[in-house]
Design a protein around this ligand. Structure first.
Ligand SMILES: [Zn+2]
Ligand SMILES: [Zn+2]
Length: 443
């Protein structure tokens, strides 16, 4: 926010004017150009909305984001970025080198969800059963618009802008696929990684940000409980895997309540249990599917170890064969770099006013942007409010706000895009301007 001073006497006005001029001159570029960027966005918003509407109408599910990636490649090339496609599947990388300075990576996800859209928007999805219900269309439009601004204002920054379009976020597969395909070796290694995500319960014009763990690790665990089948009328001749599974499910509930430190967040959910075929047959096995969440590697490992131990322990208690426990490669917790999140939080407060910057609530949801942090890049993801205060109030009266992934969720695109563009551009400029490497390069 710019300082504002009201004075009545002419001489005071003059002093104030000089003072204001001085303050403006002393302000960093990110603040002094805030108004100019607002005007620029107004003049360029039609291109942004055209892209947004096209993306919203053409959603593609995880791992199949081919048209989406092609559209972004075309847009990024037109802006002047050097684009490489098919990085980790449908992923893409866009680079814009502009002299010495840090490499700032802006990440967007590409994928939509298998949801039948029920928003009634005149630009609703044209792909039956698929919808951008998680705002990834907003993210794509935002990074593209930021790139367009930076590419046309090369005098305002120095460094390398790196855009990445990441596939399959919703399945937690895309970030790791891009890393395995040499993202950090084939391209300049980012000094910072930033991402924005829409927030469906925060009003437009506001953002949420916090350092540390803001999203959870997520692992899938498959357990096959083994028994010995037989007739339902003669349980004494069998080892019943269904009863054993029921015992295990109840035992798993006490991992979080009795083993994990109470101040650490954790979730163990048994989402599926399948066993047996008929009323009077005791089956040979019973299958369980679990999702396991935490905010740290330590707790993550503690949960997995406890699940394995309890599964084996209960099998021993029942005299049953050892169960098979398969842990699928999951996603680490999303940990925002503390210093980077602090720096951006104070920048956002100066730009939007403290009332419009809230602490981001920790969530047990996962976001595979965490993989880039896990790979050693200081990262921060912040949330941007996407629903007008009016609409939020209305939803509350009607009984609830549609969550992300809901068939009726939709952002108020214009205001959401404006704030997302303003904050992400300011963040990138701030990181380019305050290059910690600059002094070393130019002593
Ligand atoms: Zn999502
Ligand atoms: Zn998402």
């Amino acid at each position: 926010m710019k300082p504002s001073i009201t004075v009545s006497a002419v001489s005071f006005s003059l002093v104030a004017a000089i003072l204001l001029q001085h303050l403006s001159a002393a302000e960093p570029l990110t603040l002094s150009n805030h108004g100019q960027r607002s005007t620029w966005f107004g003049e360029n918003s039609e291109a942004a909305f055209d892209l947004y509407r096209w993306l919203h109408q053409h959603p593609e599910v995880s791992l199949y984001e081919t048209e989406t990636a092609a559209k972004l490649a075309e847009q990024w090339s037109a802006v002047g970025l050097t684009v490489t496609t098919e990085v980790g599947g449908t992923g893409l990388v866009g680079l814009l080198k502009n002299g010495d300075g840090p490499v700032v990576m802006l990440r967007t996800d590409l994928d939509a969800l298998p949801v039948e859209e029920a928003t009634g928007l005149d630009y609703a999805s044209k792909n039956p059963g698929v919808m951008h219900a998680c705002g990834h269309d907003i993210h794509m439009t935002t990074v593209t618009t930021v790139a367009r601004y930076l590419a046309t204002h090369l005098d305002q920054w120095s460094g390398t802008l790196m855009l990445i379009g990441q596939p399959a976020e919703e399945r937690g597969l895309g970030a790791v696929a891009m890393l395995k395909d040499g993202l950090l070796k084939r391209f300049p290694r980012p000094d910072y990684g930033l991402a924005v995500h829409v927030d469906g319960s925060v009003p437009t014009g506001s953002v949420v940000i916090a350092g540390g763990a803001v999203g959870a690790s997520a692992d899938s665990v498959d357990i096959t409980v083994k028994g010995r089948g037989g007739h339902g009328s003669a349980p004494h001749t069998t080892i019943d895997p269904v009863v054993q599974a029921a015992d295990l499910i109840m035992s798993l509930q006490t991992i979080v309540s009795r083993e994990v430190k109470p101040t650490n967040a954790a979730v163990v959910t048994v989402g599926s249990i399948v066993g047996g075929t008929k009323h009077n047959i005791i089956s040979d096995q019973c299958k369980l599917q679990l999702t396991v969440r935490s905010h740290s590697e330590e707790v993550r490992q503690q949960l997995i170890d406890a699940i394995c131990r309890r599964a084996k322990g209960i099998a021993i208690a029942y005299g049953a064969p050892e169960p098979v426990v398969i842990e699928s490669e999951g996603v680490p917790a999303l940990a925002n770099d503390e210093a980077l999140a602090d720096r951006l939080g104070s920048l956002f407060r100066r730009l939007l006013g403290a009332d419009h910057v809230q602490a981001k609530e920790r969530s047990m949801g996962f976001e595979d942007f965490s993989q880039f942090g896990n790979a050693g890049i200081p990262i921060t993801m912040f949330g941007v409010g996407s629903v007008s205060q009016e609409r939020l109030d209305q939803y509350r009266k009607q009984g609830g706000i549609p969550s992300l992934h809901s068939a009726t969720y939709y952002p108020d695109a214009e205001d959401t895009l404006r704030t997302a563009f303003q904050m992400l551009t300011a963040a990138a400029l701030d990181l380019f301007e305050n290059d910690p490497l600059a002094d070393r390069a130019n002593p």
